[in-house]
Each structure stands twice: as structure tokens, then as C-alpha cells.
Design a protein around this ligand. Structure first.
Ligand SMILES: [Cu+2]
Length: 114
């Protein structure tokens, strides 16, 4: 009985979150020394889910404006997931936060919110 209830609850929660605002999923790959894409435009107020994959060595993903700093591990089974809902128009820089070699300092991109 308890198991059945727990199952129902899990189902209800899953159904609920599926009804919530669907995030816009954007896949970004990282490799020395670039992100692809390195320019992303999203509408203001849109929930955005970034799926980050490292193709060669470990990289990082940082966005100071959103207080995000995370690692993207090379060879990881699942992408690193970052979720943001930018509510202000503007251009926000993101950059690699894990030293990956000589061009690391130039490994950048930007998120444009319109
Ligand atoms: Cu780097």
C-alpha cells in the first residue's frame, strides 16, 4: 500500500513538472578553445536549459551574471546541465572556467537576451 502510494505521488509530481513551462534546450559543445555555438539568443523570461558536453578535455562553464560556474567533464555519460531563466535583456558573457591549455583565456561566448 505504501509502495503504491509512493508510486502515485511520483507519477503526480512527474505529470506536474511536465505541465510547467517547458525549458528551451540548447546543446553546447566545448573543445579547445571554443564553444559551439558561442552565441545564443533567447527571449526574455524564457527558461533555458543548457546541455554542455566536452569533446576533448575537461572544460568549464561560467556565467558571472547568473552566478554559474560548473565543470564539463570530457567523456561524461550525460551532459552537464545548467538552467537559467534570464529576466533582463542584455548580453551576458560565458567562458571556460577550467584551464584547458594555451587558448583557454579566449574560450568565450555570449548569451543574448531579447
Ligand atoms: Cu578552458
Amino acid at each position: 500500500m505504501r509502495v503504491a502510494l509512493a508510486g502515485l505521488l511520483a507519477f503526480a509530481l512527474a505529470a506536474h513538472s511536465a505541465d510547467a513551462v517547458k525549458p528551451l534546450e540548447i546543446k553546447i559543445t566545448a573543445r579547445r578553445f571554443t564553444f559551439t555555438p558561442n552565441e545564443i539568443t533567447v527571449p526574455k523570461g524564457q527558461k533555458v536549459r543548457l546541455l554542455l558536453t566536452a569533446l576533448d578535455v575537461n572544460h568549464g562553464f561560467a556565467m558571472d551574471a547568473f552566478k554559474i560556474r560548473t565543470k564539463i567533464e570530457a567523456g561524461a555519460e550525460d551532459p552537464t546541465v545548467v538552467e537559467i531563466t534570464p529576466d533582463k535583456e542584455g548580453e551576458y558573457e560565458f567562458y571556460c572556467a577550467v584551464f584547458c591549455g594555451g587558448g583557454h583565456g579566449g574560450m568565450k561566448g555570449k548569451l543574448i537576451v531579447k
